[in-house]
Design a protein around this ligand. Structure first.
Ligand SMILES: [Zn+2]
Length: 267
């Protein structure tokens, strides 16, 4: 069965944290939203793959969230075993905010190991958390993710303009959400990032969209917000985001033994 190409991209959504996750998947299918369902622990991966099995638009990322590293570091071997099953990795990264600072050194060790494992296998697309730790994240990527077939996507980037410059030079992409764009301080940063390095995300259900948690179906409005900041029209930007998704998916299809990453679906 073939499916129509996606119309929208939600590159970072915590699908398993919605009470009606099956309803969210139905929305993704009905509105053709290519959605990356990030997970926070390797144990959650299999369950998420089960949810998404029938959906041509939802793909599951293998994650180990930096805020959970203190309790879940023993799941690293499971992460390493599952890594071969997927091209998508997330949510991973570092968090140096006060609440999680106690585990920061441990987070760094785990993140480095994750990046090295991704680099060894090649062909991975990563959704990366970098709260108060952009310089560390970029340093780790430079050191450990040397395989050019791996693509880092910085989710909810909050670094400085010079850090954004460094990230762009290192080949990073950026996924932006509505809450991020509501803060006018980010506008100059978003204008600085080239259009072909930007993806959209909901980061639902953590991010609020008006009075309710954000959903993948908010992507048309999110694209509209992004287009206004970039001073371009929404239809153009929607097309650009899809083009960017296709570009990162086809960086090195040879590593999948000639198998193209179809639409947005795991092989
Ligand atoms: Zn997240």
């Amino acid at each position: 069965m073939s499916h129509a190409s996606p119309s929208w991209v939600d590159f970072h959504c915590h699908l398993d944290l919605y009470q009606d996750h099956l309803g969210v998947i139905r929305e993704c299918d009905a509105r053709r939203i290519a959605t990356l369902a990030v997970t926070t622990t390797p144990k959650a991966f299999a369950r998420n793959v089960d949810f998404a099995l029938g959906s041509p638009y939802v793909t599951v990322g293998l994650g180990l969230h930096p805020q959970l590293v203190a309790e879940r570091s023993d799941e690293l071997p499971l992460f390493e075993r599952l890594l071969e099953c997927t091209d998508y990795v997330g949510e991973v990264g570092l968090d140096a905010s006060p609440r999680f600072y106690a585990s920061f050194q441990q987070q760094r060790r785990l993140f480095d190991r994750i990046l090295r494992a991704c680099s060894e296998q090649g062909g991975k697309i990563l959704s990366i958390h970098s709260v108060r730790s952009v310089a560390w994240v970029l340093g780790s990527l430079e050191e450990n993710l040397k395989n050019p077939t791996c693509i880092p996507v910085l989710h909810w980037f909050t670094g400085t303009k010079s850090e954004a410059h460094r990230a762009i030079e290192q080949g990073c992409y950026f996924s932006v959400n509505a809450e991020m764009m509501r803060n006018a301080k980010t506008h100059a940063l978003i204008r600085f990032i080239p259009e072909d390095r930007l993806l959209t995300e909901s980061d639902g259900p953590f991010v609020q969209f008006g009075e309710r948690p954000a959903r993948p179906s908010d992507m048309p409005e999110t694209v509209g917000l992004l287009a206004a900041i970039k001073n371009t029209d929404s239809a153009h930007l929607a097309e650009q985001v899809l083009k960017t998704l296709r570009a990162i998916q086809s960086i090195e299809p040879a590593v999948r033994e000639g198998k193209q990453r179809s639409l947005f679906k795991q092989p």
